[in-house]
Design a protein around this ligand. Structure first.
Ligand SMILES: Nc1ncnc2c1ncn2[C@@H]1O[C@H](COP(=O)(O)OP(=O)(O)O)[C@@H](O)[C@H]1O
Ligand SMILES: [Mg+2]
Length: 262
């Protein structure tokens, strides 16, 4: 199993979120979180990340955390799953991981469960939220998957139902981790801002250009996000094809989704 480095630090060096190197071992089989191993280095490091968040920002009063990044494939889904598993296990509070990336949903794959009956179905009014929570191998962790395929995720997020969805989720759960689409190609994540208490940015070290990260941060701040810190994910050892910059971009993002239609 390959070991990769994940670092957490602030975007500006003068903020209080100090630089720290942590190591995460990410399982590479198809549903790596179906049986979460809480002794894994990744879990330990994310536990430290959460303690840090709690200490620095009084996370006990914060419930909803969004995980995002500038572009696709920076490790958002992996990081949000690790954070959700770690919090559920170590804080022993009711935790939910919500897949708000309706374009490239991944949470269901990571946990090896069906995607249907999730966020999109609740937002379209075809399912009631409390019928959609899915169990995991961790007692305190539930999942709300992305749900059925929809053509108009941005429109759905813009509906007043989004607010109702998160108010209801907060009623049932103590901590809410939200996996989201990348900030630059689509506006979906920015629309989630009023519902979130804080955001964590994942950055793929050595590959995502700093101007791109800065732009994403500006967009997030303008949308009103409270950016709590950055998770730097260095994947280049296992994913060398990401050096190809043409892999990124709005075109690829949209085309890929239409092609897959999973
Ligand atoms: N630290 C890591 N070590 C190994 N593989 C990783 C790591 N982080 C992400 N990956 C892999 O990179 C790919 C993209 O990660 P993912 O979390 O789905 O990114 P995003 O949600 O930003 O698109 C996945 O195949 C995932 O397994
Ligand atoms: Mg993802």
């Amino acid at each position: 199993m390959q070991v990769n480095t994940i670092q957490t630090h602030s975007i500006e060096t003068n903020t209080t979120f100090e630089t720290k190197t942590i190591t995460a071992e990410t399982p590479r089989h198809r549903a790596p979180f179906a049986n979460f191993v809480d002794e894994s280095p990744g879990a330990n490091e994310f536990r430290r990340l959460y303690s840090k968040l709690k200490n620095l920002y009084g996370a006990a009063d914060m419930k909803n955390f969004l995980v995002t990044s500038s572009m696709m494939s920076e490790g958002k889904s992996t990081a949000s799953a690790l954070l959700a598993c770690t919090i559920a296990r170590y804080r022993n509070t009711k935790t939910i991981l919500v897949d708000c990336d309706l374009r490239r949903p991944r949470v269901h794959q990571l946990f090896g469960i069906p995607k249907e009956e999730g966020v999109a179905d609740v937002l379209t009014g075809t399912r009631k939220l409390d019928t959609c929570f899915k169990r995991t191998s961790i007692e305190n962790l539930r999942l709300l998957t992305a749900g059925s395929i929809v053509d108009n995720p941005t429109e759905l997020f813009n509906s007043p139902r989004l607010r109702d969805l998160f108010s209801e989720i907060k009623f049932y759960f103590d901590t809410v981790i939200v996996d989201s689409p990348p900030v630059i190609p689509v506006t979906d994540t920015l629309i989630l801002s009023p519902e979130m208490d804080g955001a964590l940015m994942v950055v793929k070290a050595g590959e995502t250009h700093k101007e791109v990260v800065k732009r994403a941060v500006d967009m997030m701040r303008n949308a009103g996000f409270n950016i709590l810190g950055v998770i730097i994910n260095n994947q280049k050892a296992v994913l060398p094809y990401y050096y190809d910059q043409s892999y990124y971009g709005y075109k690829y993002y949209v085309r890929d989704e239409k092609k897959k239609k999973q």
